[in-house]
Structures are given as structure tokens and as C-alpha cells.
Write a protein that binds this ligand. Structure first.
Ligand SMILES: C[S@@+](CC[C@H](N)C(=O)[O-])C[C@H]1O[C@@H](n2cnc3c(N)ncnc32)[C@H](O)[C@@H]1O
Length: 281
């Protein structure tokens, strides 16, 4: 693999501008039922203390908060102050007193009392060394505690039925861009082995995706917003020209292609895997 921008990936290549916060929220709407299934499968239940690593604008923390209830506690951690300000506002608007947010990188987060569960979504794929990241997260887990990971399998991205040329071109721009930015294309399918190599006992996992059943579905819009975010990188890396992507008309052109072919879109496949820390409970 040719990785030209590992450092950029380490610094979260998608940025933290307003538009990116909106993209995260749109994407979170698409993935919410899938992630909820993973958290339930991993056994999150009322009263638990949960750490959400790389919480972004808070969507996974909110899903966890609903499962642990008012007697539980969720701590969302992110190194980026802008996303946390947004997450905090959203928690207050929902009256979620069991959630709090803390600014820190995982690497500098002190281990202060073990958590019953650690959740982490769409963070590992951006890490230069996901295994070290999972090992570090595991230090915050009590023996018997569970770690639930949810990541994209980017290499399986972009299924349409029937096969549609414009959609195929979009994947043709996205995949090499992600790869050259150092984003892990196989993070989803590497979750189980990563948990195992980090010393956890893998319990189970699921693969799931949303169907974009209408041309203007959230799934289709989230795809276009991801292209928009990656466009400057696509251009700089010589993968696509702004002119051919024509980002402001891309949504309409994709929608027209889907409609004309009575097509269906599976924009991405998500893999969830969870495992527990061995040792006396
Ligand atoms: C794609 S966003 C995912 C946000 C959220 N987990 C979700 O699924 O909606 C990745 C987030 O991880 C954060 N992040 C990346 N590396 C981190 C690290 N080493 N420590 C703390 N946060 C990190 C970024 O700042 C960003 O907000």
C-alpha cells in the first residue's frame, strides 16, 4: 500500500469544520440502528459505566446513554474541542444527565477507574496503528468488561443493484483516495483479529448496512457529503478533477441514475465486533 499521508490520517483527515460536523450527524443517522444493535449485542445494560473513545459530536454516546439509563454513566472522549462543544449542546438539549464529555486524546487519557464497557465507532480506520490504539483502550476496561467496535469495511463499499456507472466512478475516486491517505480499507474485517491480538476474548460480531431505497435517502446524501469532504484530497492526489466530480450537481446526477434504473444502493458495510477483557470479574 502506498501511504503518502499517514500523518494526515493521524490528525483526522476529514477535518472539523461545520460542514464536517453536519456530515458526522447525517452519517450517524444512517448508522444509528446498526450501532445500537452492536451495543445491545455487546451487552450494554442499565447502570453500566461506558467510555466512548473518539466520540465526535456524541452520537454513539447518546445511543449508549439510552441503554445504560439514568443510573448509568457515559464518558465521551475526543481530542477535538469543537466537536465536544457540539456534543455537549446536544446532550443538554436531550436532557441526558448521565453523559459527560471530556477533551483528551486517548493516548493522554489517564486511567482513572475501570469502565464496564468501551465503545468506539469509526475511529480505528483513521489510526496509524489500530492495534496499539485498542491495547490502550483496553487499559481502561475492568476485567470482564466489554469492548464494542464498529467500523467500515471500505473495501466492500459501493454496492448498487443494478451496477450503475456513475456510482462506480464515485467508488473509483473514493477508494484510492482513502488508501493513499492511510485510511484502513479493511478495518471492519480486521476488528476481530485486532481485539484478539490486543489480548481480549472475542465474543461475537455482525456485518450490516443500510439500503438507500430512495434517490434522496440519507444514505445517498451521506455518500455525497463524504465525497465533498474528500474532494480536495482527490484533486491534490490526482485521483479526480473537481470538474468531473462536479460536486454541486453530484447528488442530483446520482439520484437520476438511481431513479432511471429503479436501483438500490448499499453505500457501505459496517462491521461490529466485541470482546471482553479476561481476568477475575
Ligand atoms: C469519524 S469521527 C467519529 C465520531 C463518532 N465516533 C461517530 O461515530 O459519530 C472520528 C473522531 O475520532 C477522534 N479521534 C481520532 N483520533 C483520536 C485520538 N487519538 N484520541 C481521541 N480522539 C480521537 C476525532 O477527533 C474525531 O472526532
Amino acid at each position: 500500500m502506498r501511504v503518502e499521508e499517514t500523518q494526515a490520517a493521524a490528525n483526522y483527515v476529514m477535518g472539523h469544520e461545520d460542514r464536517e460536523l453536519q456530515r458526522l450527524m447525517l452519517q450517524a443517522k444512517v448508522y444509528a440502528p446498526l450501532t445500537e444493535g452492536v451495543l445491545r449485542g455487546a451487552g450494554l445494560k442499565p447502570g453500566m459505566r461506558v467510555l466512548d473513545v473518539g466520540c465526535g459530536v456524541g452520537d454513539v454516546s447518546f445511543l449508549a446513554a439510552a441503554l445504560v439509563g439514568p443510573k448509568g454513566e457515559v464518558v465521551g472522549v475526543d481530542r477535538e474541542p469543537r466537536v465536544l462543544a457540539c456534543a455537549q449542546r446536544r446532550a443538554e438539549a436531550q436532557g441526558l444527565s448521565q453523559v459527560r464529555f471530556r477533551q483528551s486524546s486517548l493516548e493522554s487519557l489517564p486511567v482513572e477507574g475501570a469502565f464496564d464497557a468501551i465503545v468506539c465507532r469509526l475511529v480505528l480506520m483513521y489510526q496509524p496503528d489500530p492495534l496499539s490504539f485498542v491495547r490502550r483502550m483496553a487499559e481502561h476496561l475492568r476485567p470482564g468488561g466489554v469492548m464494542a467496535l464498529h467500523e467500515l469495511e471500505l473495501a466492500a463499499m459501493g454496492l448498487t443493484h443494478p451496477k450503475l456507472p456513475l456510482f462506480s466512478r464515485v467508488w473509483g475516486w473514493m477508494l484510492p483516495t482513502c488508501e493513499r491517505l492511510g485510511i484502513k480499507l479493511h478495518m471492519g474485517l480486521e476488528l476481530a483479529s485486532t481485539l484478539r491480538r490486543a489480548g481480549l476474548v472475542v465474543d461475537d460480531g455482525v456485518v450490516s448496512g443500510r439500503l438507500g431505497v430512495t434517490p434522496d435517502s440519507d444514505a445517498a446524501q451521506a455518500l455525497v457529503e463524504t465525497v465533498r469532504t474528500l474532494l480536495p484530497h482527490m484533486e491534490r492526489l490526482g485521483v479526480a478533477l473537481a470538474m468531473e466530480v462536479d460536486i454541486d450537481t453530484l447528488a442530483a446526477r446520482l439520484a437520476a441514475e438511481l431513479r432511471a434504473n429503479d436501483g438500490v444502493l448499499v453505500p457501505s458495510l459496517m462491521v461490529g465486533a466485541w470482546g471482553h477483557r479476561p481476568g477475575p470479574v
